[in-house]
Design a protein around this ligand. Sequence first.
Ligand SMILES: Nc1ncnc2c1ncn2[C@@H]1O[C@H](COP(=O)(O)OP(=O)(O)O)[C@@H](O)[C@H]1O
Ligand SMILES: [Mg+2]
Length: 390
Amino acid sequence: MRIIVHTGKGGVGKTSVSAATALRCSELGLKTIVISTDTAHSLGDSLDREIGPEPVVISPNLWAQEVDARYSMDKYWGVFQKYMVALFSRRGVEDIVAEEVTVLPGFEEGAHLLWIDKYQREGFFDVLVVDAAPTAETLRLLSFPDVTRWWFERLLTFSKGAARVLRPLARPLLRTELPNREAFETVEVLFDTFEKVGKLLGDPATSSMRLVVNPEKMVIKETQRTYTYLNLYGFPVDAVICNKILPDEVTDPYFDQWKDLQRANITLIGEAFGELPLLKVPMMARDVNGLESLRRIGDALYGDKSPISSMFHGTTHQIIPDAEGGYVLRVPLPFANREDLDLYRSADEITLRVGPYRRNIVLPHALWKLEIGTARFEGASLNIQFVPKR
Ligand SMILES: Nc1ncnc2c1ncn2[C@@H]1O[C@H](COP(=O)(O)OP(=O)(O)O)[C@@H](O)[C@H]1O
Ligand SMILES: [Mg+2]
């Protein structure tokens, strides 16, 4: 199963692009499902159909689903949920409040990962298109396995120990049972699943992450941050999709300045995501609603190409820890003229200028407090060393 994830800020067109991509795949004869993990669901509007928390058939080879965290949690996570509620209510939290807080941040995203695992295991679909929630939640979704396992192992070792000591004494006092073997086993299975899905999403042979932007400065800036973090976690980003570009047919002088601004911002996209291919979608004459308009978006995006082919095979920028407690930022600059390089740095950003070529990279938090040591070309990459301040 091929997995294509679209992510980006709210309103840029993730849902429209996801629906269009899925429709295109289905019309190429691939069994395709598009799932929306955004709580602000609008997949139904895009496909012009009522969609629910289980897959519904849209057209031949095409299914759609709006993942509902609470629903998925109840379905796949019932035992564990009961355990968590018991844990909280033992500490005096009202049942109804406990029910609420057991959907902890990050767990909602976890629910979506369970569906990805299910479809992978069943092997029925050829393609899974994920319309992912706005940026921050998506990053949480992707880093969920690592971060939460750490957090959970502590909670569990604590309550496991506590259960052993307390059980004989505590039983008559408690309204609910202490955690039982079944609950622990559920949790173990769950984390194995998250880890499996994490690996799947990190494997470029299976997954492609595509960044959806508009030709707007703030949107591009924020998506750059996402890009850096996706690279950091090792998720394969293989394209940038710029949606809502005013087309040449629009000649009304009223839009002249908008068109100039968009052109300048498309140049910014080149500087921000240099190595990635850029796919463009024009601003349509009306909103995206129904299969006909989705087909038009699919044509603009892919022409006669298939959405499932991997669009980028090179390396993107990488951040590699070194032995001295620092990091090396490796930026591919295959066409750079080495004699003519300028490097500017602010706390959270690096700008490289090589002749007419500019590249701008948002730095992750771990690098903010470090200083630049050396900057060297090795092969087709520029390696910038970050060292602790002396
Ligand atoms: N290329 C486009 N031309 C015209 N309208 C668009 C285009 N792409 C998206 N839209 C409209 O913009 C709005 C936001 O799009 P949507 O796909 O829901 O974004 P997101 O999922 O990123 O929030 C919707 O009303 C959609 O119909
Ligand atoms: Mg959406």
